[in-house]
Design a protein around this ligand. Sequence first.
Ligand code: ZN
Ligand code: ZN
Length: 329
Amino acid sequence: MSIRIVKADLTSLRCYVSQWLHATPLIVAAILFTALPALAEPVPGSLPAQWNTGAEDCQASPQPPLQVHAYEPQTFIVRQSPCASFEANFLYLLIGSDKALLIDTGAVADPKAMPLAKTILELLPEKDGKKLPLLVAHTHRHLDHRAGDPQFAALPSVEVVPFDLEGVQRFFGFNNWPNGIANIDLGGRTVEVIPTPGHNQTHVAFYDDRTGILFTGDFLMPARLLIEDARAYRESGLRIIDFLKTRPLTHILGGHIELNAEGRAYRFGSRYHPNEHRLELAEKDLRALPAAFERFNGFRRVESKTVETIYRLRVSLNASKRAQQGVNT
Ligand SMILES: [Zn+2]
Ligand SMILES: [Zn+2]
């Protein structure tokens, strides 16, 4: 696998093109055509209408701990049952021709209760008589996104990315955080890593060039968005919008579903999610985010027509103090 860092913006290209504004349109078009990479059509896939939504009485109605859905043959969405953990995380397995990438390891450590590593290894294809090497990365350091890490620690051909900020920056080669984009080459499939601090300072999003899916963890999902740093959150939203200007986007898939289809949040800690909101969000949901933060005063809910039906912005007491400092300074 090769990881490299590239500049996040197209400023230099735009400057170059602007010098040619007085040239004939044909010349400018030719420069643009050759300067931008060719974009392949995203591989299509399917999403279920309904995920495993847990149970009112998990003991009386035992649930399988994991739901595995093949979006397409090389992209798997794994949901942890709300009965196994109320967090009910979504994890993502992306398979290339040389390597595979697992995004997050979920909220449950115990392999007996949550056979995550076993399930993931079974999904990995073989190459030259061996399982494909696996890279395990995280959207951010919160425990519900990495509790399963120890299950992978001692496995051969598995590498787990550190979860602390310095470790993330060093592993991916970010030297101007939160600017820059890292590339993970899985073999015939590139996943780009984009810093998205705001919910948590270590947060990153992953963009998959095979499917055109943006994986957003707790940065953007149908849930209450918890804010650690409101200014950083807004700037991450703007950075991602800019990033997507030059890439096709099919879906935005986050780490949890915490709302029902009407946009109402489940009781905190609930292991039953009847009539869940769809997992997938679209670009318009992302576009609503920066404006929502412009109106966010650190405490109140955002009053934004597009956002209020999807998100409930809620801050814990400590986080709200930091968030307000971020807004006021
Ligand atoms: Zn989180
Ligand atoms: Zn989470």
